[in-house]
Structures are given as C-alpha cells and as structure tokens.
Design a binder for this molecule. Structure first.
Ligand SMILES: *Cc1c(COP(=O)(O)O)cnc(C)c1O
Length: 399
C-alpha cells in the first residue's frame, strides 16, 4: 500500500455469514416450504432449550415480538409501563400502539442498565409492567427485577435484543421475565437480516402466537396434512408477525455459531480494555463479577477530562483513520415524539448519551483491525495536547 492509497473503511459492524447459512437457505428454497414451518420450529426449539423457557415463537422482528408481548399480556390504554430511556425506540413505540404510557426511569452509572430503585420509585396504581433492557449485552439485575415484579404484582418483560447469549447470577438473560424479546437485525450479535423471537411463559407465548398469525388458532404448517387449510377460525384481532423459513434457515446456523461469536467478541473486548485503560478521561465497560456478557456493544465513555469530546473523537476516527463507530442511544425521552412527556430529568442517561461510543467489536474483525482501532485512539489521545488538538482539528476541517 502506498501513501496515497486510503485505508479500507473499517465499518462499526459487519455480519458473519458463512457457507453453512447459504447451504441451509438453499435447502429451504429447494424444500418447497418457505413460510413459518420446520426451520422456524427448529430455531424456536434450539433457543427454548438453551434458555430453559416454556415456549418460543420466531417472528419478523424484535419490535414485532415486543408488540406481541404487550398485546398478549393485555397491556392497554391507561396502563403505565416502566422502562429505561437509554434504549432503542422499539419498546416505547409498541407501548404507545397499545395505548399505554411508557414511564422512563434512569439507568445505573456502571452498567447503564435500568436502575431497580428508580423503577420501584416510579410504580403507581396504574403501573402494569416493567420492561427491562440488557444494555450492550450486560444483563440488568434480573433477580432484583423479578422480586420487584412479584412483590408488586407486575409483569416483567425483557427487551433482550442485545443479550441472547448472556447471563447474570447463573440466570440466562431472556429466561427470567414473563416474556422476553430477541432481535436478529443485521447488526445484532447474530442475525437473520430481519427477525426476532418471543420466549417465556407458555400461556403468554400461546396467546402471542395466535395474535401473531391473524388470530387463527393453528399454523398452516400444523394444519397442513391433517385438515383442510380452509377450515380455520379467527378468535382475536391478530396481526401477521411470523418469521419465514427462509429467514429461520439463517437463524438455525447463526444460533449454532453464537457461542463462538460471543467468545470472539469477548476476546476483542479484553484486548480493547487492557489497551485503552490508560487513556485519560476514557472509561472502558464495567462487567460485574457474576455476569457473562453477550458483548453486543463494546462501549467506551469519553468524559470531560479527555482531550476530545465523544463527537470529536468519533469524527476523527471516521475522517482520519477511516474507522466507523456508533452511538447507543439517543435517549428516547429526547426524541420528538416523546420530548413533551418526560417530567423528571434522567442525569445518568443524559450523560451516557453524551459520552458513549460503540467501537467495532465483531467476530469478522481481524486482530490487525483491532490493533488499528487501538492505535488510532492512542494517536488521537497522544496528540490531544492543546497544540496537537488544534492541528488535528484543522487537518480534519481542511479535508
Ligand atoms: C435492535 C433493537 C430492537 C429492535 O430490533 P428489531 O429486530 O430491528 O425490531 C429493540 N430493542 C433494542 C434494545 C434494540 O437494540
């Protein structure tokens, strides 16, 4: 490579799709069965067994799984549901669709997970459920939330989009709530392109399955062969949220690889943490002792004593070093739709949103790429004296 060749852009995330996924999809395409059928059933059963949950239902997205969770648990107009704001908009949006009101509470400073004490303080006579989220793949305090929900007669729903392969205190994320939702969106720890899964209590997943298939009481696949496909009844105002077998074929193979993917992510995370820990004003992720994280995100937090702000560092990484990053999340209570509704300030959430930066951390990364990210951050910090800072920013603006 010469001096004039630009470095290839290192994206924040890249899916890892191998020959196994391609072969499984080809098998499905040749099989003649494309919609929710035997591959979806295999995928559902693999997840159900690994988590030790009663039932599982593969759907078109995590958002669909969350919407079904809220419908199946009877969350409705007038209910309040406690949830973090430092999350993606999917759960709050789906709550609004049911007529319920999301009540945003703050997160803990170390893990950036919803704070059980803040959640407890927000309970009112109208509270129906708590929706927790496992930030970046580090499970929230599941024991505390299960106890709180049981003591106060509330439903516990896990938005486990980041945490299909994660545990805390010996409990798997997604196995403790009455229901839990997973995402297989393209940038998640495993992917089917678009996809999700709802798991949990048999009675609730059964209801969700009905609601996710037009309100028809059994699947075409189950009906096929035993009954005429015309002999069906509709008993609830259902939607159409099932996962196709083409998608599930990818899921079956990705799920088989997820432990290896997670190990690889953990290895990159360990390398980052030891290499970045000395940089002033930069905090690396905290993992509590009883936690096996899913490592969906590797988050750094760039505080006031760092030579650059988070936004400046992200821009320098992109423009000068051709390294992609991401930010998780713009707090939901600051989004236009929600900005009128939040009465209380959420200081930890708002500080995290200013400081957090997600570095590339995925199984397809080479060790050279990991070193490239580390070296770039060290160079930026090294030049972060006043003089260096000016020249770096000038160089960037001149481009
Ligand atoms: C990605 C994500 C979702 C939405 O997942 P989809 O499968 O795209 O619907 C929901 N919640 C959180 C926390 C997410 O990160």
């Amino acid at each position: 490579m010469t001096d004039t060749d630009p470095l290839p852009f290192l994206p924040w995330n890249r899916p890892s799709i191998g020959d196994e996924e391609i072969a499984e999809v080809t098998d499905t395409l040749r099989s003649g069965w494309l919609t929710h059928g035997p591959k979806a059933a295999r995928f559902e059963e693999a997840v159900r067994q690994a988590l030790g949950v009663e039932d599982s239902f593969a759907v078109s997205s995590c958002t669909a799984a969350l919407h079904l969770a809220f419908l199946a648990t009877g969350i409705k107009d007038g209910d309040e549901v406690i949830t973090p704001s430092l999350t993606f908009c999917a759960a709050p949006n789906a709550l609004l669709q049911t007529g319920a009101t999301p009540v945003f509470v703050d997160v803990e400073p170390l893990t950036y997970n919803i704070d059980p004490h803040a959640a407890e303080a927000a309970i009112t006579d109208r509270t129906k459920a708590i929706v927790v989220m496992h930030y970046g793949g580090h499970p929230c305090d599941l024991r505390a939330f299960r106890k709180l929900a049981d003591d106060r007669g509330l439903l516990l729903i896990e938005d486990a989009a980041h945490a299909l392969h994660a545990s805390r205190d010996g409990q798997r994320a997604g196995s403790v709530g009455d229901l839990a939702a997973f995402s297989f969106y393209a940038n998640k720890a495993m992917t089917t392109g678009e996809g999700g899964m709802l798991v949990g209590r048999a009675d609730l997943v059964h209801r969700a399955r009905l609601l996710g298939r037009h309100g028809i009481d059994s699947s075409v696949w189950q009906r096929h062969g035993t009954r005429s496909t015309a002999a069906y009844d509709v008993t609830a105002p259902g939607l159409k949220y099932v996962m196709s077998d083409v998608t599930a074929a990818i899921g079956v193979q990705q799920y088989r690889k997820l432990p290896v993917f997670t190990e690889r992510r953990a290895g990159i995370a360990a390398t980052y943490t030891s290499a970045l820990s000395g940089l002033s004003g930069l905090a690396t992720p905290v993992i509590l002792p009883t936690v096996e994280p899913g490592w969906f995100l590797y988050s750094i937090f760039i505080g006031d004593t760092a030579p650059f702000s988070r936004n400046e560092a992200a821009e320098l990484l992109r423009a000068r070093y051709r390294i992609g990053t991401s930010q998780h999340f713009r707090p939901v209570h600051t989004l236009g739709l929600y900005s009128q509704t939040q009465a209380q300030p959420l200081p930890v959430t708002e500080a995290a949103a200013r400081q957090q930066l997600s570095l590339p951390c995925y199984p397809g990364m080479t060790s050279l790429e990991t070193v490239r990210v580390i070296d770039a951050l060290h160079s930026i910090w090294d030049e972060g004296t006043e003089a260096g800072r000016v020249s770096l920013l000038e160089e960037h603006h001149a481009q």
